[in-house]
Design a protein around this ligand. Structure first.
Ligand code: SAH
Length: 458
């Protein structure tokens, strides 16, 4: 290793061929000595002169100086700041190749982490892989000239890159943000500065409903009120009659977490509604709700189809959020139990059940692992388990209890192939994989969602 690195330093130049991608979408190319470097914006098959920017025992990085052979798969990004912004990694890669990258990523995770070779389905993509996000969440700040900007953080930093029109977000959001910036400037309302802790408005969150003409705007502030609040709300409503509710969320903490605990509804009901596969949900400022409505329907349809429910099953929906999967499944099963750690989400889930006249779903606030331990102790029979944990996956206690509860089927919905593969490596002791289906919930980014169907070994 030492020998290989001896003549490579930060600032060194070398030429190479990109032969693949890291899990997070950086191009990989090697020096003649066989040392690998990760390069943002380089596409598989391309040749480039690159400059070394960082060298360590763990990972080496370089940046493009000049691409000497362009790939036919390279396309012009729709967004002018696509390479600088930390949001999209793949706007320069044609969509078919993005889907192939995502399938490959799932195959590699199963192979490298779980030592499992199983045929992975093609990644289920979108017809129009832009303007899909129903949620925009942007920090506000001042640029060097003191102009108000909103945008995203540069990858691995807290510098805001100004974005006027984000091409993966619902088109309604950018116009509303432009108006908000205009109002803040004319009313002299300052954005919050993380370093000096001065200023008031930290973030703006906009949620749009896919099925109804409803839009929620959440103004996240560092103080209980802000100057000209009443006039601000009036002017915003007037400029955008499509806004149906405005909420102020107060977050006075010095933290990366965007939303604080306190919500003040400034206009409208404080929530919007939306449908997924015929079930109606109320979404408030803090609710977890899938961000890509079209793909969510595909994701859930695949998950439910794989479960092959007959109507007689007891189903557990672990990590259920506001009960999205539970309530769709309830129509096809005897009984559904949902468990989720966030209290507010369970309140939403119960209300959603009531409003949709669903009477065979019960919801519990609990850690999924602890709940499973108690469930096994209760001796109750479980037929089908849906699990949709956050990125860190399930914990050992949860998995051990699942092995003890022995549901006939497990449908594991995952947003991180690495933790998915790790967890499946445990479940495989008693389960056989039936199918692995990646779904592209986040076009233009390196993220991929996967539905894995497992059946109990007889
Ligand atoms: N199935 C839902 C939510 C999936 S997101 C949907 O599709 O909308 C994962 C959920 O797991 C989040 O709602 C999060 O609050 C919850 N969660 C995180 N850690 C948990 C734990 N230890 N036990 C139970 N739920 C947890």
């Amino acid at each position: 290793m030492k020998e290989k690195m001896s003549n490579i330093r930060v600032g060194s130049l070398f030429h190479g061929v990109c032969h693949g991608y890291t899990y997070d979408g950086l191009g990989i190319l090697d020096t003649k000595e066989g040392l690998s470097f990760f390069v943002n914006g380089l596409i598989k098959g391309e040749e480039a002169d690159v400059e070394v920017t960082f060298v360590s025992m763990k990972a080496n990085y370089a940046k493009i100086r000049k691409i000497t052979l362009l790939s036919q798969d390279r396309i012009t990004p729709l967004c002018p700041v696509a390479t600088a912004c930390g949001g999209c990694s793949f706007q320069n890669l044609n969509y078919q190749k993005q889907l192939e990258f995502k399938k490959e990523k799932v195959i590699n995770a199963f192979h490298n982490i779980a030592h499992i070779k199983f045929p992975v389905d093609d990644c289920v993509g979108m017809d129009e892989p832009y303007f899909y996000r129903n949620k925009t969440q942007m920090p506000l700040g001042l640029d060097r000239k003191g102009r108000l900007i909103s945008g995203f953080y540069r990858a691995k930093s807290h510098d805001i890159i100004a974005i006027d029109k984000c091409v993966i977000e619902d088109k309604k959001a950018s116009g509303i943000l432009t108006t908000i910036k205009g109002l803040m400037t004319s009313m002299k309302i300052l954005p919050y500065n993380e370093d000096t802790r001065e200023g008031i408005i930290r973030h703006v969150l906009i949620r749009t409903s896919f099925h109804y003409p409803e839009v929620m705007v959440v103004i996240i502030t560092n103080a209980d009120s802000f100057p000209s609040r009443g006039n601000f709300v009036k002017a915003l409503k007037k400029a955008h009659p499509e806004i149906t509710t405005i909420v102020q969320n107060v977050n006075k903490r010095d933290t990366n977490v965007i939303l604080g605990n306190q919500d003040n509804v400034l206009f409208g009901p404080g929530f919007i509604k939306d449908d997924i596969l015929g079930v109606r949900y109320r979404i408030s400022a803090k609710s977890f709700y899938q961000v890509n409505p079209l793909q969510t329907e595909k994701l859930y349809s695949i998950a439910i189809e794989k479960a092959q429910l007959t109507g007689d099953e007891v189903v557990l929906d672990a990590y259920c959020g506001i009960g999205t999967i539970s309530l769709i499944v309830a129509k096809k099963a005897k009984e559904v139990i949902g468990v989720e750690i966030v209290k507010e989400a369970i309140i939403d889930a119960k209300n959603n059940a009531r409003r949709n006249d669903i009477n065979n779903a019960t919801f519990y606030v609990d850690d999924a692992g602890e709940f499973m331990v108690d469930f096994v102790k209760s001796g109750k029979k479980l037929d089908v388990l849906f699990m949709d944990p956050p990125r860190k996956g399930a914990d050992e206690r949860f998995l051990a209890s699942v092995l003890a509860a022995k549901p006939n089927k497990i449908i594991y919905v995952s947003c991180d192939p690495a933790t998915l593969a790790r967890d499946i490596a445990t479940l495989i002791k008693s389960y056989k994989i039936e199918s692995i289906t990646p779904v592209d919930m986040f076009p233009q980014t390196f993220h991929v969602e996967t539905v894995t169907s497992l059946i109990l070994k007889k």
